[in-house]
Every structure is written in structure tokens, then in C-alpha cells.
Design a protein around this ligand. Sequence first.
Ligand SMILES: Cc1cc2nc3c(=O)[nH]c(=O)nc-3n(C[C@H](O)[C@H](O)[C@H](O)COP(=O)(O)OP(=O)(O)OC[C@H]3O[C@@H](n4cnc5c(N)ncnc54)[C@H](O)[C@@H]3O)c2cc1C
Length: 255
Amino acid sequence: MDRMADQSETLGAKIVTGVHINSVEITNKYFHIKTNTQLYRGRTVVLATGSTYRLLNVPGESELIGSGIHFCATCDGAFYRGKDVIVVGGGNSALEEAMFLAGFCNKVTILSKSETFSATKTYVDKLDSYKNIEVHINVDVIQFNSNDSNQFESVRIREKTQNEERIIKADGVFIFIGLSPNTKSFKSLIDLSDSGHIITTGLNQTSHPGIFAAGDCRFGAIAQVAAATGEGVVASYGVRQYLTEKKHQEPELET
Ligand SMILES: Cc1cc2nc3c(=O)[nH]c(=O)nc-3n(C[C@H](O)[C@H](O)[C@H](O)COP(=O)(O)OP(=O)(O)OC[C@H]3O[C@@H](n4cnc5c(N)ncnc54)[C@H](O)[C@@H]3O)c2cc1C
């Protein structure tokens, strides 16, 4: 990554870290990017603010992220080969990741807050063929517990039908309850999907000419590094095409 940063700086890019974009505003032919530190001005903008994994916001969760609590089975699942894991969630991602983990973990316990899975029928039907997957529906996760080494040890759940609490032990937990795109600051400016992702057309152009989007914040993104990087390249072609159109070439002077 350092080498890629060096290369882009060699070609004229300026990289500024540690700034938070609060808003993007438009005057004449410029975009004004307001951050916590200063104002930046550009003739085009590429939004690549990514997304944030949704949390359960229960006690013990934030302390154990990375110490037994994970959000990506393909990334961190290998740590749990032959071990017992818990999957929280009932949608397509949760079931897909649970079946992936069941391929090499000893036991996978799925905890779903609803009485029925929101995943498609194909995924739900496939679950039956996994003898090492145990399912608990209609349960709330209410607390994550750690051991003396501050590693995840167990989860406290409430079975909603009986209103009873119980503890389930495991070696690790994978939470798949969705992703929230980091797009709140842009919702008055460009079209977002119901899920808050940025809607784009060809060359990753948003609903506002001159603003482009790339990566996990974009509707339809597949949330993988290689794809996000490629989307940046696509957006750069969009920027080039936009800037070469005559009407965007000579911005009016501003005071
Ligand atoms: C735990 C974990 C493990 C993963 N493992 C893998 C893996 O093994 N392989 C794989 O291919 N993918 C993996 N992914 C997915 C991968 O990280 C993403 O698909 C990829 O990083 C998306 O790139 P992006 O540039 O769109 O967003 P991000 O990498 O999320 O970058 C967005 C950036 O924008 C910044 N930002 C957000 N809002 C603002 C704002 N208002 N102002 C300024 N800056 C802002 C953020 O701080 C962040 O630096 C993993 C993700 C997670 C969370």
C-alpha cells in the first residue's frame, strides 16, 4: 500500500489523512468538501467512504472485537478449524458464512432473533445437510463474556418464547447482521438506495454529474478489496470522461 501511495504521489496526487468529511457542497463548477480541519475544492469528487459492520451494541461486544468476535468468515474463519463457533444473524450472509464455517469447524451454532430466517429458501433448505450446524431461532444476544485472558468465552442469550436466559460457550463468534454504508453526509446531494448505498450508473457516476462512487459505499458492491480497488479505476475513467467534456473544462473563477 505504501508503494501504491508513493506511486500516486509521484504522479501528482496529494494524500491527506486524518480528516473527516462532513459535507459536500456545490457552487458554480466546483465541489466544496468540508472536513473537520479545512475546506477542499475540486472539479469532481469520488466518494469511497466504505461501510461499517453493524453491531449488536450489547455489553462485552466492543471489547472483544478481534479477540474472539469477528465479522468475516472467509478472513478469520481459519483460526477456528476444528473448533466451536457461533454465528449471529439469520439473513443470506449469516447462513452462507455459517455453512462455509461448518466445512472445517467442529460445530457451528446459529443464533437468529426472528422466528424464521430472512435468508432465501435455498439457503435455509441447504442447512439440513450440515450435521454440525445447530440452530436457535427467536433468541436475543444480550451479552458477550470473556475469560481471564480477555478472550471471548461465551454468549448470554434470551430465549424469547420462554423468556429464559442461558449461556452458550464457544471459541469464537461471527456477527452477520448487515453493513451500514458511510453515506449519511451525502444523502441530500445524491440518490441513495433504501439501504443507504450510493446508486451509480455507467463509470460509477452518481445521480449528480461530477460526483462518482467506488467500493463498499456503492450499491451493488461485493465488499471485497480487489473489487473496491477496481471500482476506483472505473470511477477514475468516469472522472476523465467528465473532465474532458468541454463544458466542465474551465471553471469560473471564485472569490
Ligand atoms: C474485518 C474485515 C475483514 C475483511 N477481510 C477481507 C479479506 O480478507 N479480503 C477481502 O477482499 N476483503 C475483506 N474485507 C472487505 C474489505 O475490507 C472491503 O471490501 C474494502 O476495504 C472496501 O474498500 P473501500 O475503499 O470501499 O472502503 P474502506 O476500506 O472501508 O475505506 C473507506 C475509508 O473511508 C473512510 N471514511 C468513511 N467515512 C468518511 C468520512 N465521512 N470522511 C473521511 N473518511 C471517511 C474510512 O475511515 C475508511 O478509511 C474485510 C472487511 C473487514 C471489516
